[in-house]
Design a protein around this ligand. Sequence first.
Ligand SMILES: [Fe+2]
Ligand SMILES: [Fe+2]
Length: 287
Amino acid sequence: MEDNFQKIKKIVEKEENCTDAGHNMEHTLRVYNMCLKLAEDILGCDLEVIKFAALLHDIGGQKEIQDKSGKTDHALIGAKMAEPILKEMGVSDEKVKHIQDCIVSHRYKTENQPKTIEAKILFDADKLDALGAIGIARAFVWVGNNRAKIYYKPDNLDEYIKENLCDGKMNGRIQDKSKHSFQIEFETKIKFIVDKLYTKKAKKIGKERTEYFKKFLDRLEKEVKDKMYYNQDNSIKLKNYGKYRNNARKKHTKRFVFASFGNSYALLVSSKFRNLAVAIHKLLFAD
Ligand SMILES: [Fe+2]
Ligand SMILES: [Fe+2]
């Protein structure tokens, strides 16, 4: 297996060469690790199938990205690409079929649900990589690649879903990625991932990672929304002008009063009414 592992790693690395930091070999190896971690608790699962499926699960990723029509499904094409690689390594036909089934059903948005325990483990491991700190890091790689928004919460989420997600569905493909944000992605997809997981251990990890993701988004919102003088469409919030002016006026008046008082006080101290100044000082600052 070690030999085969290295051979497959090289093939996959080449295929995933052009993909971004969120979907490259590092992602594949994290999924591989997580698969083995989840499998520790499950008796009787086929580790060879899991290892091959994990390594090959995103081999079709580049093909999906290159097809601008949006019709290529990297899970389906990946399963096809895996077949000759596995056969050349002497993997039995039965196992090849099983590994292909795992690859086909690893996607979140798919009608092909994972049926075997090996497929469920791969599905769970892949989804966990979209949650927690690693999920946040991958989210912002996606934001950068797609010139999307670091912070954006539409006033009306239903309206946004209708306008920018295919068929007006929450899990529909994003039409204009530059209008999208991870505040929207969390509300339409990420917070539901944990309910879709199959294995007990993945659910536990997923719950904790989802909470961490939410905490990060809340903090991000707090920082961004702390006194906003513009709307999210970048237009200036006119109603805030009045508030801004009033605040400025108040501050100005306060400063003026203190400055005047300070000046009169200083004048008093240096004048012949020094005794009066001392009396005022005692009155104001005596213990
Ligand atoms: Fe994938
Ligand atoms: Fe993946």
